[in-house]
Design a binder for this molecule. Sequence first.
Ligand code: SF4
Ligand code: SF4
Length: 472
Amino acid sequence: MYNPKSMVAEEFISHEEILETLEYGQKHSRDADCIQQIIEKAKERKGLSHREAMVLLDCEIEEKNQQIYALAEQIKKDFYGNRIVMFAPLYLSNYCINGCVYCPYHLKNKHIARKKLSQEEIRREVIALQDMGHKRLALETGEDPVNNPIEYVLESIKTIYGIQHKNGAIRRVNVNIAATTVENYRKLKEAGIGTYILFQETYHKKSYEQLHPTGPKHDYAYHTEAMDRAMEGGIDDVGLGVLFGLELYRYEFAGLLMHAEHLEAVHGVGPHTISVPRIRHADDIDADSFDNGIDDDTFAKLVACIRIAVPYTGMIVSTRESRKCRERVLHLGISQISGGSRTSVGGYVEPEPEEENSAQFDVSDNRPLDEVVNWLMRLGYIPSFCTACYREGRTGDRFMSLCKSGQIQNCCHPNALMTLKEYLIDYASEDTRRIGEELIRREIEKVPREKTREIAKRNLRLIEEGKRDFRF
Ligand code: SF4
Ligand code: SF4
């Protein structure tokens, strides 16, 4: 029985409800009145239910589809302006006891190079990331209670936050580790993590069990209910995601939105972010062997419909996607991207020799961070290294109320420009710096509140004089 308030996975992600939603979407895919009504509701910027959003995803009327894309673009502009938050993944260990059939870290892969970073190696990796200009990391590890116990993750977080190196500092560590207990989530919270990220991979229970034949991840309910335990442990920023390509994308879309509705219904706050990875080739994984791959057009439609359905939720696209594809979805709703990423364990200090591949997936966008920053600015975006909300305690519902108050432009915009200024001075190439300085001069005038604008201008001058880390 479908019940968004239930704490039982199969009730808040009800298979029957998803099937009915899929049917509902198909039934109204050419129903111009119904589609128009949903578009009108979406214009209020309060989001849509999974059923309504499904109708937009399924819409087959070209003119309405154009309206859907235009609305997604407008919502993106209203909530996120032209800012794109930058981050990088950091792989700590690829030891894993699970059997996920789409990931080369699965236990049975005996030829992949297994690695686990020591604290000293983490220091070196983080310094390399800081020297690129990164301020925000996403930690990744496989699930392995012997090699990667929670104590190892906690110690690593402490190491990362403790590194003082030139003007660099990692100011927000997000964590992407396996589903765990309330007690461990509490420990992660105490260690000062930003967002806890856990991809569902697929919401389809039967497929989930087949795709995870062995290991603790096989347990669908334990995995699906992880975000509730994380919130119970005090983590109020959680990041959802599915791996598109494993199951039918429409099924995943409904599941993802139902999961968001569940978090909102039970905890009063929806997901902080949604990631939209598509399956990629990797060591012993052939992406073509999965039947449910989606093309770039479908991917763009998905991004647009998620943007409309959950306007307050950040959306992340990684370097799994090519430059061309990232360019296309940026204006439809993406608010965070990774740049200069290495998906291997220890890949930032020195690239791995080919015979020693430890990467989780092949990267499509291989450009260094400076090139990505330069490219974003040439497209009219402001690359932002902002971590202010987390550090000001604006997480969970406090973050959401900032979004809903409409005051976000007075925070995010100057914060983006001040952190970009730090980046330009400390790390950028000459060309990137020139473009960036022009952009800051233009964009600072767009901070709505006069007082904030004046403080931000003063801070920009202080950054030139060597001061760092200003934030609203
Ligand atoms: S997806 Fe995660 S849990 Fe599964 S094999 Fe890869 S690292 Fe392990
Ligand atoms: S002010 Fe908060 S919401 Fe805005 S970019 Fe910074 S951290 Fe994100």
